[in-house]
Design a protein around this ligand. Structure first.
Ligand code: MSP
Length: 512
């Protein structure tokens, strides 16, 4: 079994400060990176910034700034955001780095050598905001402004000499590839969307621009810059030191296990990227997962719409883990989802403070008062104990399926069910009434502590900081967390001291 796992986020345009949509892609990717690590996988998690193209050049011009300086500044805010979000990324790539130029130039040369690229003329629509070419059928006129029907962004007419990639030639191989790799595009609904687009006929793709200069030059013709999407997509292999295919990073991690992206950039990842790679005789990635959008009301959150919820403000107000928990559990993964302060507060109160926080607090306070903070000795499991403990064991294959199919809602709902059941167990067993039956009292507390340990391991990829605080009471360090150990019902060593813990999550008022 392949024990390497490579996950990527999209690389973000540093055209403006990061917003909730960016935070969402990154947090989900981090969830997978962390869960795979505690499953014993060798993980490589990549994020970064996409810094070339007209969109960035214009954004810098608007601020009257040197383009590279502009990128340096905003890219830094994305790098800082990855720290604020507690991302466990192994690398942060910028497309303005030398290592990336080397890869893109190499890939271009191969495509040219293999006769996959030719010089011609492009005349058609271009959206700077999406950095995408659109056909006449994909354009509509709204109050005198031409817009993409897909994204709603404004398009402009472009007529210039351009290199073309022979995308049309890859239509049939792509369809065959989707057929042979039925889980290449997830969720299923997105896959169907891509397949019908490819079936409707692929035209050759313009892959260079001549009328501006901010980008990587075509090696054989410095009047052209390489199309920003061909440039950007290559980040996934330039971070692995491509074209050095014999180095450990490339050998271990290519093809990528999953490129996590938003649904708006599916076409680039599920059509162009595998076509470029196949044309260069490189294996395509294993999976593209297109998540939905984080909406503000009914609309996509975006800078141009001015409806941005700033992740930093939310984190300052509520803390990071509540935001991570909300985005992972409350947004139906693959579909669009909403976030508002009210919804976030409800989730903090019900799930984190009342359910998880409360369980930890009650059990530890009880242990302190009655057992001197010692993992109980002299225990004897009865049927009720084994029943609740074995839920982890018996559902283990189901949990693995959730993880491998990117069913993060199935995964987080399982945790919530276990939390309810554990609180109920503690209530029903009434350890406070068992002071005359020491063995029973010991057993109830042992089981409750084990339940907290198991649930906390499951929660670690979602709320790493809080989970580590809880695992610390059992002296379990981050690099010793083992996902598999949730199957072990007698993990905690009897007689060992546990530590006290501060309140994890405070309830928040509606108008705090
Ligand atoms: N630079 C390209 C990606 C290149 S990858 C080789 C890009 N950048 S972006 O900054 O515009 O968007 C990055 C990601 O953020 C995309 O996956 C996009 O879907 C996601 N989001 C941007 N706004 C979003 C929401 N409101 N909600 C969820 N994600 C959305 O595209």
């Amino acid at each position: 079994m392949d024990k390497n796992f490579y996950i990527t986020t999209p690389i973000y345009y540093p055209s403006a400060k990061p917003h909730m949509g960016h935070a969402y892609s990154s947090i989900i990717a981090d969830f997978f990176a962390r869960i795979k690590r505690i499953q014993g996988f060798n993980v490589f998690f990549l994020t970064g910034t996409d810094e070339h193209g007209l969109k960035i050049q214009r954004a810098a011009e608007k601020q009257s700034m040197d383009t590279k300086k502009f990128c340096d500044e905003i890219s830094k805010t994305f790098r800082e955001l990855s720290k604020t979000l507690n991302l466990s990324n192994n690398d942060f790539i910028r497309t303005t780095e030398k290592r990336h130029f080397t890869s893109v130039e190499h890939l271009w040369k191969i495509l040219e050598k293999k006769n996959e690229i030719y010089l011609s003329k492009y005349s058609g629509w271009y959206s700077v905001s999406d950095e995408a070419f659109y056909s006449d059928e994909e354009i509509e006129d709204i109050e005198g402004v031409k817009r993409s029907k897909l994204s709603g962004s404004q398009v402009e007419w472009v007529e210039e000499e351009s290199y073309f990639f022979k995308l049309s030639k890859w239509q049939e191989p792509l369809l065959k590839f989707y057929d042979e790799n039925p889980k290449f595009i997830l969720p299923e609904s997105r896959k169907n969307e891509v397949i019908s687009f490819v079936k409707s006929g692929l035209k050759d793709l313009s892959v260079s621009r001549k009328s501006f200069s901010w980008g990587i030059k075509v090696p054989s013709n410095k009047n052209h810059v390489i199309y920003v999407w061909l440039d950007a997509l290559t980040n996934y292999i330039s971070a692995l030191n491509y074209p050095d295919e014999n180095n450990a990073l490339y050998k271990n991690f290519w093809p990528a296990t999953v490129h996590l992206i938003g649904k708006d950039i599916l076409r680039f990842h599920a059509i162009y990227w595998p076509a470029f790679l196949m044309a260069a005789n490189i294996t395509p990635p294993k999976r593209i997962y297109g998540h939905g959008w984080i909406l503000s009301g009914e609309e996509k959150m975006s800078k141009s719409k001015g409806n941005i919820l700033d992740p930093i403000e939310i984190i300052n107000k509520y803390g990071l883990d509540p935001l991570r928990y909300y985005l992972i559990k409350e947004v139906s993964f693959g579909n669009d989802g909403n976030i508002s302060q009210e919804k976030l507060e409800n989730t903090i109160n019900s799930d984190l403070a009342n359910n998880y926080g409360n369980l930890c607090q009650r059990v530890i306070a009880f242990s302190e008062k009655n057992l001197d903070l010692e993992v109980p000795k002299n225990i004897n499991f009865v049927e009720t104990d084994l029943k609740i403990l074995n839920e982890f064991n018996s559902n283990y294959p189901k949990l693995l399926d959730f993880i491998n199919n990117q069913d993060i809602n199935g995964y987080s709902n399982f945790i919530v069910e276990r939390l309810f059941a554990s609180n109920k167990y503690f209530n029903d067993e009434e350890p406070w009434n068992k002071k005359n039956d020491k063995q029973r009292l010991n057993t109830i507390i042992y089981v409750s502590l084990e339940l907290i340990r198991k649930i906390t391991i499951l929660l670690y990829p979602i709320i790493p900081d809080s989970a580590l605080k809880v695992l610390n009471i059992f002296d379990i360090k981050e690099d010793k967390i083992s996902f598999e150990s949730i199957k072990n019902n007698e993990f905690l060593k009897s007689g060992k001291k546990i530590k006290k813990m501060k309140i994890l999550f405070k309830k928040v008022g509606q108008n705090d």
